[in-house]
Design a protein around this ligand. Structure first.
Ligand SMILES: [Zn+2]
Length: 302
């Protein structure tokens, strides 16, 4: 999940620019190494954490190892993300404008194959406190979504020159597609629970402007931005789930083989839709309905 909250308002206007990852000194991984945390290796996954989070961190790493193995089995290639399970006092967000980010939304850093996850289940943006297992699953799903951003790069366009495409909603959709595919295959009950939650968010609120052109988000207040962005992400999650139920992993393979990844930094929604509609008929109609204000995010039957 990129650009979720207030500090990201500044990056929203940088479409096409912020898709290239700015060099950082020190890099996010160097910053985490400098914290002097404990570390462990779970399969090929190195995870760093404070001692009191040992069990939680190893469980997250084990889940990460499972998702890596799942896609290695399906795509024949794999990569090894590193995990940082961070307490609030260690939290940072490496994106431009990330200084003002609140605690607790997992983020991924493609150049270093790094995923940061909140350690605390008592506080954080994804914690609503009603049910600890639901909170934990939400954190885990967003971690898997961040894995999906890394996997998009590693499995779909490893030789392209950029970590992301210029079409943000598409990147978010595909990141969730990876996450959902794994969850659906490994824990159908979780997939169903997650969909119910997404449906609840989508049904609970409709933004004043419904469009995949997210440039309007920059005009929203920080609170409205966060709420609206979350709504779009949940809508995309529902659409990813519906697409997966119909097309499975073949959709990812088609995207890998048919999209012009070398020029992904200059893609547009208009250019992308006909290709997506050809791969997954109905995609264009979904977008048209959405642009017309008709919200058609509905969970598929499992
Ligand atoms: Zn994302």
């Amino acid at each position: 999940m990129r650009w979720l909250t207030t500090g990201l308002l500044g990056t929203i206007g940088l479409i096409g620019v912020s898709t290239s990852v700015a060099a950082q000194n020190p890099s996010p991984l160097e910053t985490i190494r400098a914290l002097g945390l404990d570390s462990a290796d779970v399969g090929g996954i190195r995870v760093r954490y404070v001692p009191s989070d040992h069990e939680h961190a190893l469980q997250l790493a084990a889940l990460c190892e499972q998702v890596v193995s799942y896609f290695k089995g399906e795509f024949g290639t794999s990569f090894a993300p590193q995990l940082a399970v961070l307490r609030p006092e260690h939290w940072f967000v490496p994106y431009a404008g990330g200084e003002g980010e609140p605690y607790g939304i997992p983020w991924g850093w493609i150049p270093e194959l790094l995923i940061a996850v909140p350690a605390s289940l008592d506080q954080g943006v994804l914690i609503n406190g009603s049910d600890r297992m639901t909170d934990l699953r939400r954190v885990r799903f967003v971690m898997l979504h961040e894995f999906g951003h890394l996997a998009s790069k590693q499995l779909l366009h490893p030789s392209s020159g950029q970590p992301y495409s210029s079409v943000r909603w598409f990147d978010e959709l595909i990141a969730t597609y990876f996450a959902y595919a794994f969850v659906r295959a490994s824990d159908p009950d979780w997939a169903g629970t997650a969909q119910n939650e997404w449906q609840g968010v989508v049904d609970g609120f409709t933004p004043p402007i419904v469009s995949l052109d997210w440039s309007h988000l920059r005009d929203l207040s920080p609170v409205e931005f966060a709420r609206t962005y979350a709504w779009y992400q949940n809508l995309l999650n529902l659409h990813a789930a519906a697409l997966y139920e119909e097309h499975g992993l073949d959709l990812l393979r088609s995207l890998r083989d048919r999209l012009d990844w070398q020029n992904a930094a200059s893609w547009t929604t208009e250019g992308l839709i006909p290709i997506l509609d050809d791969i997954a008929p109905g995609f264009g109609a979904w977008v048209s309905a959405l642009e017309g204000g008709e919200v058609t995010g509905h969970r598929p039957e499992l």
